[in-house]
Design a protein around this ligand. Structure first.
Ligand code: KIV
Ligand code: NA
Length: 277
């Protein structure tokens, strides 16, 4: 089957076919998600929490993103791989922004990048697109600013903040982004923005009217158990499967049930006998 590109995102906005996106951070997970028929795989900087064990995304580095994006790219044959630009990789001047976006494409092999923010990053976005790298925007709750927001809070509940998000969405569209993630935006505001925009919106915690949806893979399979975000849906409990598997292994080894002959290699008796002498 054909590789998914930015053209498919444009086409989805026209036809109304919902865009599906999930995160992945490693080869085996990316491969399963890709083979399941997803449109896009996001190497999110949520990596910091669900894989690396940090309390938020502000500790994630370019090296982390390049390393994990490489693994995901090897597993994704059809889905479009989008990599997050981590904290401070695009606030140190346009030169640094283009260089870091370029590393994710050139060194790690993704097809597009995502970065957080509106008006304040528009010039960076334009320069990255000029360099030939498609950009996905990210508005509403932007996790890299958790310390400015003072916690994880829905954004756009007042007229002023709603207007800012709408205005930012228009600015990002004008700058040339191919899609915009709307995170934890009231669903009626997300619907309003989705109807006004010509580029697709990808919602997370922003209602069903967005042009597509994205979630963190560890949340939907029950692999991240520190907390369960309100916006997610759990489809399975892989964490429990893992826990039970580990307990069974420990029990088998302790009781001498594993390994069996089937798991072992043989040698002629004479070899061991010769060692005895
Ligand atoms: O890092 C991430 O996982 C994201 C999302 C939009 C889910 O940015
Ligand atoms: Na992210």
């Amino acid at each position: 089957s054909e590789k998914i590109t930015v053209s498919n995102f444009r086409e989805s906005k026209r036809t109304g076919r919902k865009i599906t996106m999930l995160t992945a951070y490693d080869y085996p997970t990316a491969k399963i998600i890709d083979q399941s028929g997803i449109d896009a795989i996001l190497v999110g900087d949520s990596l910091g929490m669900v894989v690396l064990g940090y309390e938020d995304t502000t500790r994630v580095t370019m090296e982390d993103m390049v390393h994990h994006t490489k693994a995901v790219v090897r597993g994704a044959k059809r889905a479009m791989v989008v990599a997050d630009m981590p904290f401070l990789s695009y606030h140190m001047g346009i030169y640094e922004s283009v260089r870091n976006a370029g590393r994710l494409v050139n060194e790690a092999g993704c097809k597009a990048i995502k970065l957080e923010g509106g008006e304040e990053v528009v010039e960076d976005i334009k320069a990255i697109i000029r360099a030939g790298i498609p950009v996905m925007g990210h508005l509403g709750y932007t996790p890299q600013s958790i310390n400015v927001f003072g916690g994880h809070k829905a954004q756009g509940k007042t007229f002023e903040t709603a207007k800012k998000i709408y205005r930012d969405a228009l600015l990002l569209q004008e700058a040339g982004v191919f899609a915009i993630v709307l995170e934890c935006v009231p669903y009626k505001l997300a619907q309003f923005i989705t109807e006004k925009l010509e580029v697709p919106t990808i919602g997370i915690g922003s209602g069903a009217m967005c042009d597509g949806q994205v979630l963190v893979i560890h949340d939907i399979i029950g692999m991240f158990r520190d907390f369960i975000p309100r916006h997610t849906k759990r489809y399975s409990d892989v964490g429990e499967v893992l826990e039970n598997s580990v307990k069974s292994y420990i029990k088998d080894v302790t009781e001498g049930v594993f390994p069996t002959e089937k798991n072992s290699f043989t040698v002629e008796d004479e070899v061991i006998e010769a060692l005895e002498k």
